[in-house]
Design a protein around this ligand. Structure first.
Ligand code: GLA
Length: 722
């Protein structure tokens, strides 16, 4: 068991293979943080925390001196830094203070009812539950910690129960509070826009509060619920890296506060902005889960831990391990302009090249001939698809291929039968005009009748046609977020209730259809977060399919999310988003670093390109296991001139290096590119038969071609020579 409690030191020790997390119960019953980092032996670390405290300290430890590192900081009782918990009680004040009551430690990890989370067997993970209580408000707060046996990952969350006889209002209830000791810390996070999701940014932390947030009702294109705290000297390979990721698809908040000494507090959880939760006596509220990973092996080590954890202990269902079908999606190939024959011909010609599944994107239902109408009317448009989806699906299966379908369940166009029949089913605020975005409104996912309608529509489609895959899209954010069914005092709960409603519908769908492969999507990658990966083991990464833009997008995404989740397609050139023309092989080499597919009209390709596609598909099969289940080493982060990465199989018997020349410039950079992650003592042969020790491939590297054209790539594949 990786968690223990020392009665002598009144301390908890959470150990993963290479990390320790330590805190204690002080004289006043406060949970005080001592240490998080590389493994330490069980010892008394309580003095360490005491050194950090400033200001007046009561002799018996019954009040918290300012600066004390707290396990779960509370508002308004002398802590003075960002607080994880703020409860407004029946008397109208919001001072909150929790003290230890009892704890239990056990093997395994309980699920969070109605919410996604990482999971594990009793051999893989153990859990510490600490019950605390606020004597004044009557709140009972249980803090959950789970430590993984095989990964340097610890998960955190809290449950607040109203143990009083009066209503109470939760105003802030974060999932995690983490104290990081003195250092020159920097923050890394992933910002973006449509078409530029998860751009990596690393900056010095100011003294004061820094926050990364979403208020858009979804985790969003603009900010991802991931941050890493790194030392100023941390690199890809060495140095402290603390990664934090929230398993949540709604409004999130990460705040760091650094005071003058340089010690840092980080809190992560549901964004308190426009949030509140009324708890009646006996009711409880569960936060989402936050995952933290520490690595002394820099950002690369941190990312590889997230990758393994999410591949094995977050993604679920048969598609977690089963080989995903290589798909072609018609969106960029046809947009809304298709009929049955056009789709069938794309499938047929793609199938002849080795593609295994046709995904029919937007436009197959209702009066959906553009993005102006039809959303919500999940009934096949028989003018386009004569004979319906059943017939089309049978014809595609007749080609030996699978069939997938696009939905955007959470939305409705004002110009739709659904909206005309049920205008009350939208999110709305009395007296305010609803704003459209992409000509659509958001359905009120907090309502059971709305969710039932959506499930029944999807169920009906899935029952009447053979469909192996669903692309679940979400193309706008939430505004005028009110529900006609919620009481005024509960309207502040709407953003979180929306997310819970979404989870409920997703859960119902994957429970009814466990074999369906779900791919998440939100105008590209606008809701690419671990909560969605729990339901959909792959996610459409960005609508920007340009190979050069993808270098940045996939680099940032790889900070936290495994390659197997990163859906990436080869599209036509000039690229529809950037107008750039890149070689077909480059597009394939970049898309190979993900869940690979095509997104173009294959019937318009030249014979030469079709031959090239056959070669790419052969490579996809050859490298599938290495790329999907191997370890990623980011060798050269994307820059104005180049980018390179390496996949190494877990047993280190095979590796693949991909190098991209973005802009060739004479003599500006080193002429070699270097493998990482190999066994230095093993011998490896490349595809031309050159045999060298792993150390040589890593230290001497391979020569880059002296003159490479812009936007071209090369790959070096190594296999162990026994
Ligand atoms: C979003 C998705 C695209 C496509 C369109 C269809 O933009 O990101 O992949 O499905 O919707 O309308």
């Amino acid at each position: 068991m990786s968690i223990c409690y020392s009665e002598e030191f009144k301390s908890f020790y959470l150990n993963t293979p290479n990390t320790s997390y330590v805190f204690h119960i002080n004289e006043g019953g406060f949970l005080v943080h001592d240490y998080y980092g590389s493994t330490l032996p069980v010892c008394d670390l309580r003095e360490y925390a005491a050194r950090l405290a400033r200001g007046p300290k009561s002799a018996d430890g019954t009040t918290v001196p300012c600066g004390t590192p707290m396990e779960y900081s509370c508002n308004g009782t002398g802590d003075f830094r960002v607080s994880a918990l703020q409860i407004r009680n029946a008397a109208g004040n919001a001072s909150t203070d929790i003290r230890y009551v009892s704890h239990k430690i056990y093997a395994g990890k309980p699920a969070i009812p109605g919410q996604p989370s990482t999971y594990g067997t009793e051999e893989e993970v153990s859990t510490l539950e600490i019950l605390t209580q606020d004597a004044v408000t009557g709140a009972k707060v249980t803090l959950f910690y789970s430590a993984f046996e095989n990964y340097d990952a610890i998960t955190r969350r809290a449950v607040v129960e109203n143990g009083s006889d009066y209503d109470m209002d939760l105003e802030r209830v974060y999932s995690l509070c983490c104290e990081i000791p003195f250092g020159n810390w920097q923050i890394c996070h992933l910002y973006g826009e449509w078409g530029r999701e998860r751009t990596f940014e690393r900056s010095n932390l100011i003294h004061g509060i820094t926050s990364v947030e979403s208020t858009q009702g979804a985790s969003s294109h603009q900010h991802n619920p991931f941050v890493a705290i790194v030392d100023e000297y941390t690199t890809e390979d060495v140095g402290d890296a603390y990664g934090f990721n929230l398993v949540y698809s709604g409004n999130f908040s990460v705040q760091t506060e650094q005071i003058v000494d340089g010690d840092l507090r980080l809190i992560m959880g549901i964004n308190p902005n426009d949030f509140g939760w009324k708890l009646e006596p006996g009711e409880s509220f569960a936060t989402p889960e936050a995952v933290s990973v520490y690595s002394a092996e820099g950002l690369g080590g941190m990312s590889r831990t997230f990758h393994k954890l999410y591949r094995n202990n977050l993604c679920r269902g048969p598609w977690k391990t089963a080989k995903r079908p290589l798909l072609i999606n018609n969106w960029e190939g046809t947009y809304f302009d298709f009929d049955e024959e056009k789709i069938f011909n794309i499938a047929k010609q793609a199938g002849e090249l080795g593609v295994e599944m046709l995904v029919l994107d937007d436009g197959w239902f209702g009066a959906r001939n553009s993005d102006k109408a039809g959303l919500g009317d999940w009934f096949v448009n028989e003018e386009k698809l004569k004979g319906g989806l059943g017939k089309l699906s049978e014809r595609i299966h007749g080609l030996g291929m699978k069939f997938g379908l696009w939905f955007e369940p959470e939305m409705v166009n004002p110009d739709s039968d659904l909206y005309r029949a049920h205008p009350d089913w939208c999110l709305q605020v009395d007296g305010r005009q609803l704003c459209t975005s992409r000509n659509q409104y958001v359905l009120d996912m907090t309502r059971r009748d709305v969710r039932d309608y959506l499930f029944n529509c999807m169920d009906n489609i899935l029952k009447n046609a053979r469909i192996e895959y669903i692309k679940w899209d979400f193309n706008r954010y939430l505004s005028e977020a009110g529900s006609l069914l919620l009481a005024p005092e509960r309207q502040k709960e709407i953003f979180h209730r929306y997310v819970l409603g979404l989870y409920a519908l997703l859960d119902r769908l994957v429970t009814a259809y466990p074999d369906i492969l779900l791919e998440g999507c939100a105008s590209g990658g606008g809701r690419f977060d671990p909560a969605m990966l729990y339901y959909s083991p792959q996610y459409w990464t960005s609508d920007d399919t340009d190979a050069i833009e993808r270098l940045d997008i996939q680099y940032g995404t790889s900070m936290c999310y495994p390659t197997s989740t990163v859906s990436s397609h080869v599209s036509a050139c000039p690229n529809h988003q950037t107008g750039r023309t890149t070689p077909l092989q480059t597009r394939a080499d970049v898309a190979l670093a993900g869940s690979f597919g095509y997104e173009l009209d294959v019937t318009k390709m030249s014979d030469e390109d079709k031959e090239a596609v056959k070669g790419q598909i052969a490579e996809y099969h050859k490298y599938y296991d290495l790329i999907h289940f191997g370890e990623l080493f980011r060798v050269i982060p994307p820059n104005r001139e180049e980018c390179a990465w390496v996949y190494v199989s877990e047993d280190k018997s095979e590796a693949l290096l991909t190098f991209v020349c973005v802009r060739n410039r004479p003599r500006v950079r080193r002429r070699t590119v270097h493998f990482r992650g190999l066994d230095p003592n093993k011998l490896y042969a490349d595809q031309d038969g050159t045999v060298r020790a792993g150390s040589v491939w890593m230290k001497a590297g391979v020569n880059k071609a002296q003159v490479m054209k812009d936007y071209t790539t090369f790959k070096v594949h190594l296999t162990e020579v026994k």
